[in-house]
Design a binder for this molecule. Structure first.
Ligand SMILES: [Zn+2]
Length: 241
């Protein structure tokens, strides 16, 4: 029998924050899913489809700090995973909030994505912004200098966040290695084409690199709806701008 102090295993876990533990669990689940499905096996290789890029459509969502999460949900509520997302380590949490704009119009059930971050951010589409009565900037995730205010309503309390709402710019997630292979680097902009009945070319698509990312393009619901596509689509990389 070992006690928490006498057991190396427990000490190992104690040294991690909740956020780090969540990341470990999510990675385990993600790795399991990767080995479990035939379709996912394809994506284990380095981008075999390039210049065809799998599409991910970002619905409105929220990123929160640990502090804001607990203000909204209560000190004793754990931040919990609902399901892993395509990008390693990222997940949809079980938690949603209502967002309220200056016209007192609200959108309920806006999901918080994890892990918790160092900033509070609400990503909406232009359609959402018009409905809420706000005018957010089109920027890269995390660029909050010109972000606009919203009120977030949770089960424990509400918070008014002065600089939180943005429209995320179109972007491609790609690993550093694959970016290099295709002559791309973090911060580049490119042009892509969506095939189909409402075939559409999008410019100003930002390249974002990270060593862990899998090749994927993220469009918001307005852009995806304009091209009449769902997530099963592959988008074609045309050129660097
Ligand atoms: Zn993204």
């Amino acid at each position: 029998m070992s006690t928490a102090n006498g057991c190396g295993c427990s000490n190992y876990l104690i040294n991690y924050s909740n956020e780090e533990l969540i990341n470990i669990v999510v990675k385990e689940i993600y790795d399991f899913l990767q080995t479990d499905s035939e379709s996912n096996k394809l994506t284990d290789q380095t981008d075999p489809q390039f210049p065809f890029i799998p599409l991910g459509i970002s619905n409105r969502h929220i990123h929160l700090t640990d502090e804001t999460f607990h203000k909204l949900f209560g000190d004793n509520v754990e931040f919990e995973v609902m399901r892993p997302l395509y990008q390693p380590g990222e997940f949809a949490s079980k938690h949603t909030l209502t967002i309220v704009g200056p016209k007192l119009r609200s959108i309920p059930n806006v999901r918080i994505l994890g892990p918790l971050r160092k900033y509070d951010q609400v990503e909406v589409s232009l359609t959402d912004a018009i409905f809420l009565g706000i005018n957010p900037p089109v920027v890269n995730s995390g660029s909050l200098d010109n972000a606009v205010p919203l009120t977030l309503v949770g089960p424990n309390s509400s918070v008014y966040l002065k600089k939180c709402a943005i429209i995320a710019n179109r972007h491609i997630h790609i690993s550093d290695k694959d970016a290099e292979k295709h002559g791309l680097k973090n911060g580049d902009f490119c042009k892509i084409k969506i095939p189909g009945e409402k075939s559409t070319v999008f410019e100003n698509v930002l390249i974002r690199t990270n060593k862990n990312w899998k090749l994927q393009i993220h469009l918001d619901t307005d852009d995806a709806n304009a091209a009449n596509v769902r997530e099963e689509t592959f988008v074609e990389f045309i050129e660097k701008l």
